[in-house]
Design a protein around this ligand. Structure first.
Ligand SMILES: Nc1nc2c(ncn2[C@@H]2O[C@H](COP(=O)(O)OP(=O)(O)OP(=O)(O)O)[C@@H](O)[C@H]2O)c(=O)[nH]1
Ligand SMILES: [Mg+2]
Length: 301
């Protein structure tokens, strides 16, 4: 039997739907999703099988104009994911079209896309009329030589199957890269930290989600089959701690509950989750925080 396997990097602006598509392809939530920009911070690999092909999706942080060290490390991680991939899929939001951000990515692809298959996936087609799609597709294909264009709705699952078929057929002949039943390449403690960060991002406003990080500090398997997980939420300011705690600790309680429920469903067993908040004004400049996030500290320099 000839098998195929390889890496497919999903690139795009923040919010394009890269993580939603990764999860749709894998058939499980391996990467967190929110309606806010810059949700994904590092490369998240999700594995999907299609016939004899193993598709390793590399979900990347959205590409934007970086300001902080963290931003720069995120953008570097995204381009790094593209540089290591067999196939790149550029995701563009149908209703936003060719933004300045998309133009910048197309410039970057000029270099990194050379010698690689680059496909275009216009996402969120559920939000626009067909005429808009055709014009956008024509415009983008004039600007870059995509090998194929797909019109998809990652959220509604439209066009996702076609894209998967095509990707499977385009991947190189290769032995599989992961055991057949593996769906993610991320330690469980990191997945768990991401789940908590998702709940925080959904509930916190303005800058706060961008100024916190979550780390799993301890993970204990208990005799009764449950897991005892301790996590730390690092915040940059004292005031942020109070906001996350909420009145009588109600906010953090609600966040903890939804993160615990999601983790428990993912693992298929009971979870005891303990969250602690630490104020660390300089965490955005601490090397150790970056390795915990799966980012390269010096990429942010
Ligand atoms: N209407 C619609 N919404 C979508 C679709 N795909 C994703 N979304 C929504 O778009 C938002 C962003 O989705 P994500 O998957 O987090 O986007 P991302 O590209 O991973 O974003 P970053 O991690 O910030 O770079 C979420 O609210 C999704 O529910 C789609 O096909 N249609
Ligand atoms: Mg994402």
């Amino acid at each position: 039997m000839t098998t195929r396997a390889g890496f497919i990097a999903l690139l795009g602006e923040p919010n394009a739907g890269k993580s939603t598509l990764t999860n749709a392809m894998v058939g499980a939530k391996v990467s967190i999703v929110t309606h806010k920009v810059q949700t994904t911070r590092a490369r998240i690999r999700g594995v999907a099988m299609e016939g004899d092909a193993q598709l390793v999706f590399v979900d990347t942080p959205g590409l934007f104009k970086p300001r902080r060290r963290l931003d720069r490390a995120m953008v570097a991680a995204a381009w790094g994911g593209a540089a290591d991939a067999d196939i790149i899929v550029l995701m563009v939001e149908a209703h936003r079209g060719v933004t300045e951000g998309v133009e910048r990515i197309l410039d970057g692809l000029g270099e990194i896309g050379t010698g690689r298959k680059v496909a275009l996936a216009i996402n969120k087609i559920d939000r626009v009329k067909p005429e808009v799609l055709l014009a956008l597709s024509a415009d983008l294909n004039e600007r870059y030589d995509f090998v194929h264009t797909f019109m998809i709705s990652a959220e509604k699952g439209r066009g996702v199957k076609d894209l998967r078929h095509w990707l499977a057929k385009e991947l190189p002949e290769s032995p599989w890269l992961y055991p057949e039943d593996q769906i993610a390449d991320l330690p469980m403690r990191m997945i768990a930290a991401e789940m908590t960060r998702e709940k925080l991002t959904l509930r916190m406003h303005q800058e706060l989600p961008y100024q916190l990080t979550v780390e799993t500090e301890s993970w204990e398997e208990r005799k009764d089959g449950s897991a005892r997980v301790e996590q730390v939420i690092y915040v940059a300011r004292d005031g942020h701690k109070g906001i996350i705690l909420g009145h009588r600790g109600e906010t953090i309680k609600a966040i903890s509950k939804s993160a615990r429920e999601e983790l428990s469903t993912f693992l298929g067993r009971k979870v005891h989750l303990f969250l602690q908040i630490k104020v660390r004004s300089n965490w955005l400049e601490e090397k150790e925080r970056y390795s915990e996030m799966g980012l390269d500290f010096k990429d942010g320099a």
